[in-house]
Design a protein around this ligand. Structure first.
Ligand SMILES: *[C@@H]1O[C@H](CO)[C@@H](O)[C@H](O)[C@H]1NC(C)=O
Ligand SMILES: *[C@@H]1O[C@H](CO)[C@@H](O)[C@H](O)[C@H]1NC(C)=O
Length: 323
């Protein structure tokens, strides 16, 4: 007997049991730490969130704004960025929310952005490297970098390096990297950065870039020891966000359908980042990796290897100093 999709879809028993199962799964989703129960205030603190015009990034920015922080939304699109600023200001009642434009895939744009921040902001206490995308089409940037690597890793690497002294002088400060559980499937091959030896299958390229995120965090944390600046990475959960916008509509439709039951919303996806950025529980913790339920977990064996982390860090340092 062969089953076809329409046999399932048109069969009411199947349909109803699938919906019930989905609702049960949805109701079981854990939210371990509740940002609303956390009373930490951020008055007098400045936070930068990249990719803050949509999805998780916007909810992270909103949470910081509600706690009274001065929040910089670092976005690529002026129109969407301005809309997000208006929304965050309105929902939080905090007017100290601002848009600064940056395209993290362009090293020139990152440098210009960082120069402006260093000129305008005397202090930076929180940096959330949230911008990133999966399923980007094959491409090489003006810097000669593979697009996903430039967007998800090299741009954020350079941005953090350029702001590092300001973060140190503003300490206590926290750097948070939104990585992903996908890093488990990533491999380290430095020719990937220039678009060589890459297979564009599913989210394979994304997976590689997310591994470098975790490696970088660990090396950065090692270098920051004794400074009161912490660096952690995390998995936000499988989130329905516009990260999916680069896939075709069929894939997007299926994701949306499945996602309604099984995935986190962007608001839920923001929680582990907020936990790392503001919670008292994570104060002083550095070089760690958190999962989407805010528990401290071990990243993949490759991600934990200090020698590979050092190599990845030095590779990116050389790369960004040359370009
Ligand atoms: C975050 O990831 C970026 C690459 O995406 C990396 O350059 C940066 O060092 C990471 N920061 C931390 C704290 O891990
Ligand atoms: C990327 O990682 C995800 C999550 O671990 C995995 O399901 C997927 O198969 C990986 N993709 C490739 C091409 O390895």
């Amino acid at each position: 007997m062969t089953w076809e999709l329409r046999d399932i879809v048109y069969n009411p028993v199947w349909m109803i049991s699938t919906v019930i199962l989905g609702l049960v799964v949805r109701s079981q989703r854990r939210g371990s730490w509740d940002p609303r129960a956390c009373k930490v205030e951020l008055k007098g603190k400045t936070a930068i969130v990249t990719g803050a015009n949509t999805g998780i990034g916007k909810f992270i920015a909103l949470d910081f704004a509600r706690r009274g922080a001065r929040v910089i939304l670092a976005c690529r699109s002026e129109a969407r960025g301005n809309a997000a600023v208006r929304e965050v200001r309105q929902l939080s009642g905090n007017a100290d929310v601002h848009l600064r434009l940056v395209d993290v895939s362009s090293l020139e744009s990152v440098r210009e952005f960082a120069t402006n921040i260093l000129r305008e902001e005397k202090e930076v206490h929180i940096l959330v490297n949230n911008a990133g995308a999966s399923g980007l089409p094959r491409g090489i940037t003006a810097d000669g970098l593979e697009v996903s690597f430039a967007t998800n890793h090299v741009g954020p690497f350079l941005l953090t390096s350029l702001l590092l002294d300001r973060l140190k002088s503003s300490a206590p400060a926290r750097i948070i990297n939104v990585s992903s559980v996908n890093h488990w499937r990533g491999k380290v091959d430095f020719s990937h950065f220039h678009g060589n030896n890459l297979v564009y299958r599913m989210d394979e390229v994304y997976n590689h870039t997310k591994l470098h995120n975790v490696l970088w965090t660990n090396e950065l944390a090692r270098r920051l020891k004794g400074t009161d600046v912490t660096a952690n990475s995390l998995h936000p959960g499988v989130v329905m966000t516009e990260v999916m916008r680069h896939y075709n509509w069929v894939v997007q439709f299926i994701f949306k359908l499945v996602g309604f039951f099984f995935f986190k919303t962007s608001e839920e996806g923001a929680v582990s980042t907020i936990y790392c950025a503001v919670a008292e529980e994570t104060e002083g913790i550095s070089g760690k990796y958190f999962d989407s339920d805010c528990s401290l977990v071990k990243p993949s064996p490759t991600a934990r290897d200090p020698a590979i982390a050092l190599k990845s860090f030095e590779f990116c340092e050389r790369l960004t100093s040359k370009l």
